[in-house]
Design a protein around this ligand. Structure first.
Ligand SMILES: [Zn+2]
Length: 199
């Protein structure tokens, strides 16, 4: 059974929830697990967003140690970002993306920890929202967006979109997954992965 891709938004702000409900049709309202939060499923698969600037993006590579423990490795792909006394030191991650993905899959290397902070273009007063993903392609698309903004591109002209991708496995089975896409006024950059919006 196929379900249409949709965004799930979590907010504690009643007013923001009302605004979202008005803007994006086909919306269901779900009560959050915690009573103080409101979960909304948006009917729209694309959201026009304003990004304030490069500072709205956090794009790190993180290897977690496990529940309750701090991260074991935090880097930008070539240099350590944490701990502070080692920041800037070479981190030792492989140079090739293929090797990095293999290391992450086997649990020995860090995976992306990408975070985008944005406002809704249709309702900038609704406040800041956050999209996080551990997808490699989403991480790449954030790097591209930062480079665009550093060259003077307008962060007010961006869109996040959900896309369904169907793949056929070697055994002939077809499988589909949904990926968020961040477009920055250039050809769309796609990203598979988990997503969560929160305000
Ligand atoms: Zn590293």
């Amino acid at each position: 059974m196929a379900t249409l891709p949709s965004w799930l938004v979590t907010t504690r702000n009643e007013e923001a929830a009302t605004t979202l409900a008005r803007l994006y049709s086909g919306l269901h309202r779900i009560h959050g697990r915690q009573q103080e939060s409101i979960e909304l499923k948006l009917g729209s698969d694309a959201i026009a967003v304003n990004v304030d600037g490069p500072g709205s993006v956090i794009n790190r590579m993180v290897l977690e140690q496990g529940e309750g423990l701090g991260p074991l490795h935090v880097c930008d792909g070539s240099s350590l970002l944490e701990p502070m006394n080692k920041a800037g030191d070479r981190c030792g991650c492989p140079e090739s993306v293929f090797d990095r993905k293999a290391a992450a899959r086997s649990g020995h290397g860090p995976k992306p920890d990408a975070r985008l902070e944005f406002r809704l273009a249709a309702a900038p007063d609704a406040g800041l929202f956050v999209l996080t993903s551990s997808s490699w392609t989403f991480s790449d698309s954030l790097s591209a967006a930062v480079a665009h903004m550093e060259r003077g591109a307008d962060g007010a002209q961006m869109e996040i979109r959900l896309q369904r991708k169907v793949v056929t496995t070697r055994s002939g089975m077809s499988a589909s997954y949904v990926r968020p896409v961040l477009s920055v006024g250039e050809p769309e950059v796609a990203a598979p992965g988990h997503l969560r919006l929160a305000a």
